[in-house]
Design a protein around this ligand. Structure first.
Ligand SMILES: Cc1cc2nc3c(=O)[nH]c(=O)nc-3n(C[C@H](O)[C@H](O)[C@H](O)COP(=O)(O)OP(=O)(O)OC[C@H]3O[C@@H](n4cnc5c(N)ncnc54)[C@H](O)[C@@H]3O)c2cc1C
Length: 424
């Protein structure tokens, strides 16, 4: 028995980039929207912090770009990594056909807070932090007509009634699980260990380092902090931990001695590292009566190529138009009932091909990285350097490679914000 009941036209579960963008767009379109978030504050660790030119274009279309650029961030205008000590450029943003020839590196908390603040300007918007969705509510025909949640701040159960529930609750989505939808996990040949170093601890001139002894990725986070990723074989992390933190530092030192010194000085052992299970997944269904899944809940991208945020934001932009139109059509059985799965399926039809293509590319890249971990040490350095210069020459001239890099940088260019649905 719940302690209180709330109602909204749409309940969005999860205030990550997907949920926050969707809630803002819906609120701005005059929809009554409840955004329900498990965490009590925005301070969460280790989320995606790369925002590509495609997302920046969408932020501009949403009228939030100016606010976003006021937040702490770093601007990246090229993509390069160090291969056996030689710099290899994979992307020069100036060569892209875009009005936004840069990517932003920015932590999520400030951005999410900014989006929620912008949404709060609209009467139909309500935010429920510290509130965990525990179950779905279904009507007599099995359609989803709301959620059950627990507000930890006041220790109360809440029942939400809604015409549509959007599961934007991330890779371990409760909404997806309660709907009985298979997450469609794929095995990953690699995992990623993350840690953060403070301002000045490291001069990360490029975004990664590939060496015979391993692979590291670096991202400035704005404000000076640097996020570092160390790629390990799938399932290898427990044995690395067992060997002790000193042995871990020595592994890092073999790739990058400067970084190893910073790790030794700034990390308090393994407790300052986080293992990210890279496993990508594509759920076998994203919509049903009264329900729509988006972002990581529908398809979990791996961090390769920083595609998770763009996919979640593009999903939100596409879902916005479809939800607003479906609500306006009053297409439920009784005029204002739950939105039908047939109507919501347009979202899945529109987004699935893009998402599946991106995830397939990420999986291929993960296999290449694993190959490098297994066999990189056997490839002579002269051959690697020779291939790197050939690659550096070929990259700008190869249409295929360029297409690959552009699709990661610009995202799905056919997605654009349905501004005509805005009420202001
Ligand atoms: C270490 C790491 C690095 C990454 N790096 C990048 C990167 O650089 N660039 C990039 O584009 N992507 C990156 N990604 C992926 C990116 O973070 C995700 O793809 C993106 O955050 C997905 O957004 P989302 O809104 O779908 O879900 P999430 O950001 O996961 O948000 C889900 C939200 O739902 C909430 N929630 C969960 N369960 C419940 C519940 N039961 N009730 C209420 N709320 C709930 C969570 O607290 C969370 O706030 C990275 C991911 C990780 C883990």
């Amino acid at each position: 028995m719940s302690d209180r009941t709330e109602s909204a036209e749409v309940v969005v579960v999860g205030c990550g980039p997907g949920g926050a963008v969707l809630a803002y767009l819906l609120a701005r379109s005059g929809v009554e929207v409840a955004l329900v978030e498990r965490a009590a504050t925005f301070e969460r660790e280790y989320r995606g912090f790369g925002w590509n030119p495609g997302v920046i274009r969408l932020f501009e279309e949403m009228d939030v770009l100016e606010d976003v650029l006021d937040l702490a961030h770093e601007t990246v205008t090229d993509g390069s990594f160090s291969l056996y000590g030689g710099a290899v450029s994979v992307l020069d943003f100036d060569l892209l056909d875009t009005d936004y020839p840069y990517a932003l590196m920015m932590e999520q908390p400030a951005l999410l807070e900014c989006l929620v603040e912008r949404a709060s300007a609209y009467d139909g918007f309500a935010f429920y932090p510290a509130t965990t969705v525990t179950d779905l509510r279904t009507d007599d025909s099995g359609g989803v007509c709301g959620v059950v949640a627990h507000d930890r701040e006041v220790d109360e159960d809440i029942t939400f009634d809604a015409r549509a529930v959007v599961g934007a609750d991330g890779r371990y989505s409760t909404v997806r699980e309660r709907a009985g939808i298979d997450p469609g996990w794929f095995e990953s040949p690699i995992d990623l260990v993350w840690f953060k170093l403070p301002q000045g601890a490291l001069d990360a001139r490029n975004q990664g380092r590939i060496d015979r002894d391993g692979v590291l990725v670096f991202f400035g986070l704005g404000g000076g902090d640097v996020q570092v990723g160390y790629i390990v074989r799938d399932g290898e992390w427990p044995s690395i931990r067992e060997a002790g933190f000193g042995a871990f530092c020595r592994r890092i030192a073999a790739i990058d001695p400067e970084l190893a010194a910073a790790v030794d000085a700034h990390l308090d052992g393994f407790r300052d590292t986080t293992l990210l299970d890279v496993s990508p997944g594509v759920a076998n269904s994203w919509t049903r009566d009264g329900l729509l899944l988006l972002g990581d809940a529908a398809h979990t991208a791996s961090p390769i190529g920083a595609q998770g945020n763009p996919l979640a934001v593009e999903d939100a932009v596409v879902a916005h138009r479809i939800l607003v139109d479906a609500l306006a059509e009053r297409d439920g059985p009784e005029g204002d009932g739950i939105l039908s799965g047939d109507r919501l399926r347009e979202f899945e039809v529109r987004r699935r091909p893009t998402v599946e293509r991106v995830i397939a590319l990420q999986r291929r890249a993960a296999q290449n990285l694993r190959f490098w971990l297994d066999y990189g040490r056997y490839v002579p350095a002269w051959l690697v350097r020779g291939s790197a210069s050939a690659f550096g020459w070929l990259a700008p001239h190869s249409r295929r490679l360029r297409g690959f890099v552009e699709s990661f940088a610009l995202g799905d260019e056919s997605v654009s914000v349905a501004r005509s649905r805005f009420v202001d």
